[in-house]
Design a protein around this ligand. Sequence first.
Ligand code: FEO
Length: 169
Amino acid sequence: MISDKIRDILNEQINKEFYSAYLYLSMSAYFSEIGLFGFSNWAKVQSKEEIDHGMVLFEYVLGRNSQIHLAQITTPTFDMSSPLAVFEQIYKHERSITAALDSVAVMTEDECDLATRNFIDNYLREQIEEEASVSRIISKLKAFGEEKSALYLIDRELQSREYTQSCFL
Ligand code: FEO
């Protein structure tokens, strides 16, 4: 059993993960609409991973004999002015998810819930990967993204991303 505080903050995190899935799916649609199908693929794969993150939390809460409260998922909005603008928002978004997970970790320590602390470490490790991968794409877009031929090559590279379940699932 987990405390009510831990239950509530994990339910909030579930909502953030599913919101992330929604955000990436809408970005995938945007990239597809402007003909960047590799970028679209990258965002769609990311959306699937976010659903996994939400589902693992969902199963964890139930597995600890606690309750799920699914809140409304808000409609994602983002600046569609360029691929770079989108990825800069992705980076900002992932930083906010990392901060939210940090808050979960702090609360687990306040509540002396070491099992949940250990569980949430998997998410924090995943965030390091996510922030690094987005940061690399931003660097490439800043260096070459103005050139259409370079953008085409980045798009081809992002087309190769394949969905795999996160290692902690
Ligand atoms: Fe599940 Fe991108 O955080």
